[in-house]
Design a binder for this molecule. Structure first.
Ligand code: SF4
Length: 416
């Protein structure tokens, strides 16, 4: 057997950098240390798409030229996706949006973008996963189930490892708490510290917890033992280094009053020392937010206008797909599979370009499909981990096509 190479897994935004991969003749023979999700990414994520125009197979140059023509002709194009691309491809996409005067948005728009924005504008404190491993004594998984979504989260960083300040490990040195509507796999590990709340009950629970922290009797409109809230408040007050991992369950539940998160964090930090980390899913979702912020000062939902970049909900993928955009280029995403039909229905009425390594549901209706190498498998670069740390991504095998960055740059050459 050949010597293994050390690889950073792009199966999720945890970006585990300790994966050992054995490769022979440009084929993966064995993968060690990765979870099943990471192994599936290595073995199953391959460049399988073909170049098409109007669903007929063409060579890739013809597909790129047709994509450029569509985007050039459009008055209000939308460039969307990007969370499964390297930062280098995302930067190329932002430059293309600027060249076209287009709107650009990513999957973070209906995912963790709202949480990442709070962190990047300094409203809530955050920390690295290494800080969590070395220092955290209280971890809360709120609306998050990392045992399913980020399978090595607990073992590599947040619960099981012994850390510099947590030598006695999870048995004595860490308390794991889960607040969720369902007893998830993560909730089962938290045993007596699972707090089961009703769907949509997060904001009320958060306010009750703030009451508990302030020494008031918590009030809830749903049935819940307030003694347990007071016990939880006491645990949080005693924490030396606490971390809240925010999942989509919490984001979706309180998105209409998201300011509550910063209010809760500042209340908590009057008594304790807590940080917040968003549980981003796609491997480089956070990278898009950082890269767009660097160029424009905004993290997503941006229109490039004559007066410069402008942010706004009206430039989100949801609003643009409903009634704004007159052409769409999707990179590394499958909106037909991931967005509600009420939003994607309009895709059949406007020109749609798809750049993706794989054939998917969206490619079945796309006017132009352009295959690209799979980022993190056939294409290297950089990405941003869910806690904001920049990571190098190396390719595992040689692909035989263009990377998504190259596709975007070729389109840019044709429209410039
Ligand atoms: S936890 Fe995520 S990054 Fe780590 S090996 Fe599993 S899929 Fe890959």
């Amino acid at each position: 057997m050949t010597e293994p190479i050390t690889w950073t897994c792009t199966g999720c935004a945890l970006l585990c950098e300790d994966i050992q991969v054995f490769i022979k003749d440009n084929r993966v023979e064995k993968v060690e240390h990765a979870c099943l999700k990471g192994k599936a990414r290595v073995y199953r994520c391959k460049h399988t798409a073909i170049s098409t125009v109007d669903q007929d197979e063409v060579d890739v140059n013809t597909a790129i030229s047709q994509a450029a023509k569509i985007l050039e002709k459009a008055k209000n194009p939308l460039l969307y996706g990007w969370s499964n691309s390297t930062s280098e491809a995302q930067v190329a996409g932002i430059e293309l949006a600027q060249t076209l005067g287009a709107c650009i948005d990513s999957t973070s728009s209906f995912c963790q973008g709202i949480t990442i924005n709070e962190i990047m504008n300094g409203s809530v404190p955050s920390c690295t996963l290494e800080d969590v491993r070395e220092k955290a004594d209280v971890v809360i998984y709120w609306g998050a189930d990392p045992m399913s979504s980020h399978p090595r989260h607990l073992s590599k960083y947040s619960y099981f490892p012994r850390g510099e300040l947590r030598q006695r490990g999870y048995e004595e040195d860490r308390t794991a708490i889960c607040i969720d509507i369902t007893e998830s796999r993560t909730a089962k590990i938290c045993k007596g510290m699972f707090f089961s709340i009703p769907p949509g009950g997060d904001a009320e629970f958060m306010r009750a917890l703030m009451d508990g922290l302030a020494g008031r009797v918590p009030k809830l409109s749903y049935d819940f033992d307030v003694k347990r809230i007071l016990e939880l408040a006491a645990v949080l007050k005693k924490a030396e280094f606490g971390v809240i991992f925010v999942g989509l369950g919490l984001v979706y539940s309180i998105k209409e009053e998201f300011d509550l998160i910063s209010e809760f964090m500042s209340t908590l930090n009057k008594f304790s020392n807590f940080f917040l980390i968003p549980m981003a899913g796609h491997f480089n979702m956070r990278g898009f937010n950082h890269n767009l912020h660097e160029k424009t000062g905004f993290i997503h939902r941006v229109a490039f206008t004559k007066n410069g970049p402008v942010p706004g909900v009206e430039y989100s993928v949801v609003e643009q797909l409903k009634h704004g955009a007159d052409a769409v280029m999707v990179v590394g995403s499958d909106p037909l599979a991931s967005l509600p039909l009420s939003i994607t229905r309009r895709l059949k009425d406007i020109p749609l370009i798809l750049v993706d390594p794989c054939s998917n549901l969206t490619s079945r209706v796309a006017d132009v499909t352009i295959p690209c190498g799979a980022s993190g498998i056939e294409v290297g670069g950089t990405a941003v981990r869910l806690d904001g740390r920049k990571m190098d991504i190396s390719p595992l095998i040689r692909g035989n096509g263009l990377s998504d960055e190259m596709v975007v740059r070729r389109i840019m050459e044709e429209v410039s």
